[in-house]
Design a protein around this ligand. Structure first.
Ligand code: UN1
Length: 492
């Protein structure tokens, strides 16, 4: 099976001759092939999107939203199928695959509701017989670049607000996970979105991504991926004066205070550290534990880790699936080696897993380090795999300082029963998302998603905040006095 681009409402073979294989990370099987597009394909998609956008912007927003209700309905109808495809191409366990599809369904219905809001402001004018208001105006053609770890949810965080606000889009999914984009393109087609409103172009970041960022008719780039690539996207986008919204890395921590429910904390840590095999921007990668409860927490973590079955995510009993590919395995193992050299104590895991039932797949053993120094590399750099580093502290102040010591600021969490500590923590933790008595993952779609420092550049996905990325504010003054009234000058 070969996947074609979806441009201007039709399936189009990319111009270039290069294909890449999509591989199931659970067993190494080739699932399909995808033709890598080039600049011409992007240009064709942008032309179609630009043509379509003029008309689309004039469709009343509640009518644009009707398409989203239909998209949500079809996604719901196909939830199981979509989750299966997702697990096959990305590897996350099927329960999480279903969860991710649900996240997309929620986003569809939530953004469809925005079709009847898209609130602006009406304010009094400082002059008599004058009316003042602001409205959200669509921007035009927008470019969406999405990662492999959430092949559908993140795309819905970006594409749904984009279209409800009257934009049209070009979406470049990650080369590792084009199948979900293909499934979504089929849905866009079936609900009858006007040709050119939704376009999917398969290809590499270097070719297709660059062509999108440099294209003069794409006004916004919304990107989720690594901080390294994001920096490049922002630099290139900046040169072309584009609005660039970035969601990048994380080095998220769970703080466990000495009054915490330790069973709950251990459960929260393991779920957020080893869910999606640690391949979430929100994954828990550090545990900052109060010295009084360190030993007990370690014991509980080790005990609960015994229950983590590893294997093909399609097997309902499996808790931890594979990582995305061989180079991810290599990177994760490289960090484990670094951790050992840095003097951290390896309590569990630390191996690439092989064996008959895991044949052909890319599996890494859930790994727990303790006695990790807060400023060591394994405590500072994003690993993007199932590895936790325990760091001991003496107080809440120290815990917050350690949490904030990294270059990223996506998600953080604190386990405590003390409401005063919880509130101080939510104020002082320098991250875009804070959890109290829960792990670092599990953001809901109706709040802003994003982070501080190296995680982003001030924009947010998801929630109403996403509309800020895909709209311009337009302030409108209507003078019905029949005479020239000069603001700030005429007072009568
Ligand atoms: C990501 O890791 O890039 O909060 C997205 C969560 C999910 C989304 C994660 N709802 O973990």
């Amino acid at each position: 099976m070969k996947l074609n681009n979806y441009i201007n409402g039709s399936w189009q073979d990319a111009g270039g001759a290069d294909y890449t294989a999509v591989v199931n990370p659970a067993n190494g099987e080739t699932l399909c092939e995808v033709r890598l597009s080039g600049m011409q394909d992007v240009d064709e998609a942008v032309k179609a999107a630009k043509r379509a956008q003029k008309e689309w912007a004039l469709v009343p927003a509640p009518k644009r939203a009707d398409y989203l209700y239909e998209i949500g309905r079809l996604m719901k109808e196909r939830k199981e199928h979509l989750a299966q495809v997702l697990t096959k191409e990305m590897g996350k366990v099927i329960e999480e695959g279903r969860g991710e599809v649900q996240e997309g369904i929620d986003m569809a219905f939530y953004m469809a509701g925005e079709g009847r809001r898209l609130f602006g402001e009406t304010v009094p004018s400082e002059l008599k017989d004058k009316f003042a208001m602001s409205v959200r105006a669509p921007i035009g053609v927008v470019g969406l670049i999405t990662p492999w770890n959430f092949p559908v949810a993140i795309a819905t965080w970006k594409s749904f607000p984009a279209i409800v606000a009257g934009n049209t889009f070009i979406w470049k999914p990650a080369t590792e996970t084009p199948m979900m984009a293909y499934e979504m393109a089929k849905i866009f087609d079936e609900v009858g979105l006007p040709p050119g409103v939704a376009n999917v172009v398969f290809g590499s970041g270097g070719e297709v991504g660059t062509a999108m960022i440099e294209h003069p008719d794409i006004r916004v780039i919304s990107f989720t991926g690594s901080t390294e690539t994001g920096r490049h996207v922002a630099e290139l986008g900046g040169r072309h004066l584009k609005k660039v919204s970035l969601e990048m890395g994380g080095k998220n921590a769970v703080i466990v205070m000495n009054d915490a429910d330790l069973d709950l904390a251990a459960e929260g840590i393991l779920w957020s550290a080893f869910g999606t095999a640690g391949q979430r921007c929100t994954a828990c990668s550090r545990v900052i534990v109060h010295r009084d409860v360190k030993k007990e927490l370690e014991e509980r973590l080790l005990e609960q880790m015994k229950g983590l079955t590893i294997g093909d995510g399609l097997d309902e009993s499996v808790k931890v699936g594979p990582v995305i590919n061989a180079s991810a395995l290599e990177k994760i193992h490289g960090y484990v080696e670094i951790g050992k050299k840095e003097g951290a104590k390896l309590l569990a895991g630390g191996n690439v897993l092989e064996g008959d039932s895991l044949k052909g797949g890319y599996y890494y053993e859930p790994t727990l380090f303790t006695d990790v120094k807060w400023d060591s590399r394994i405590a500072q750099e994003e690993i993007f795999g199932p590895v936790i580093s325990l760091i001991e502290v003496d107080s809440l102040d120290e815990a917050i300082e350690v949490n904030n010591s990294v270059a990223y600021g996506l998600s953080s969490s604190i386990f405590t029963r003390d409401v005063n500590q919880a509130f101080r923590a939510q104020r002082d933790l320098d991250t875009g998302i804070v959890y109290v008595n829960a792990g670092t993952t599990g953001a809901e779609i109706h709040l802003p998603f994003g982070g501080t420092k190296g995680t982003g550049n001030g924009h947010r996905d998801s929630g109403v905040a996403a509309l800020d990325v895909f709209t311009e504010w337009k302030s409108i003054y209507v003078d019905y006095s029949g005479k020239l009234q000069r603001a700030q000058i005429d007072t009568e």
